[in-house]
Design a protein around this ligand. Structure first.
Ligand SMILES: [Zn+2]
Length: 271
């Protein structure tokens, strides 16, 4: 038995933690140290600034650093850790170099559970795909005595990929039409085949906190002047589908040193 459990999420950009921030809030509330590592500061040349009053191209990195710090504080997570890569260029970083940095971070923080993007990158975002690859490699290297110099090896129990089921394309109104504009390419949502999803964690009771934490990303979202809430795709989906779909966060258990026990509803299952 470890002396404590901890969770580490590794994402590409500030706001990507939103894919599992209900879980981050939930486990933080249960007293676990929750860490968010972010590859970039979200200041890519094609980054959209929701309101020009909030940031300029020159200040965007600094503003988004503060926004993610605000999010982490709301979630009860530790202050964010930035890996120092340039938004929009993460796929140009050598995988082994970034993986060794992740391995070193895992050895320092000793999380039992590591979460990152899936290899499909949600909607094929090259930064997400790159982070998925080097975080996955870092998960392996952290446990390998020859994997990284310095700190003693540490083997986290599980690696999860955040996942949106592909069936959402059929089930959720408007999902099929969602697009992301990345480096001049218009990317459609890819999703994960439903049968690959291992883990579905109920987060309805953390939804309000999740929204409050997402609201820190002032430069990323438009806000409803009436409610003060960010205008998110989720809020356009009518009930009861909204709760059925967004009342859970879903994952693929990508690697496990504990074996596999079918469907899970808890990231700590088996620990
Ligand atoms: Zn992203």
């Amino acid at each position: 038995m470890p002396d404590r459990y901890a969770i580490l999420g590794i994402f590409a950009h500030p706001d990507d933690e939103g894919s599992c921030s209900g879980c981050l809030a939930k486990y933080a509330a249960h007293g676990l140290p929750v860490y968010v590592a972010c590859a970039t500061r979200g200041d890519g040349i094609d980054a959209k600034i929701s309101d020009p009053a909030l940031a300029t191209r020159e200040t965007l990195a600094e503003v988004r650093t503060r926004e993610l710090a605000c999010t982490c504080a709301k979630l009860g997570a530790q202050p964010p850790i930035f890996l120092g890569y340039q938004d929009g260029e993460v796929d140009q970083v050598p995988v082994e170099t970034a993986a060794r940095a992740v391995a070193d971070l895992i050895r320092e923080l000793r999380p039992q559970v590591v979460i990152t993007h899936g290899p499909e990158g949600g909607y094929g975002h090259p930064d997400h795909i790159a982070v998925s690859a080097f975080a996955t490699r870092g998960f392996v290297l952290a446990a390998d005595p020859a994997g990284a110099p310095g700190r003693p090896p540490f083997a986290p129990a599980k690696l999860y990929y955040t996942a949106q089921p592909r069936s959402f394309l059929e089930k959720v109104p408007g999902y099929r039409d969602r697009r992301a504009d990345i480096r001049g390419q218009v990317l459609a949502f890819v999703g994960v085949p439903d049968e690959l999803i291992t883990t579905e964690v109920p987060i309805a009771e953390w939804m309000a906190l999740k929204l409050e934490a997402l609201s820190c990303h002032r430069t990323q979202f438009q806000f409803d002047p009436e409610t003060g809430q960010p205008k998110l795709f989720a809020t356009t989906v009518p009930e009861p589908q909204r709760s059925q779909i967004f009342g859970y966060e879903r994952f693929v258990l990508a690697q496990s040193r504990l074996g596999r026990n079918g469907k899970e509803t808890d990231l700590l299952a088996g620990l």
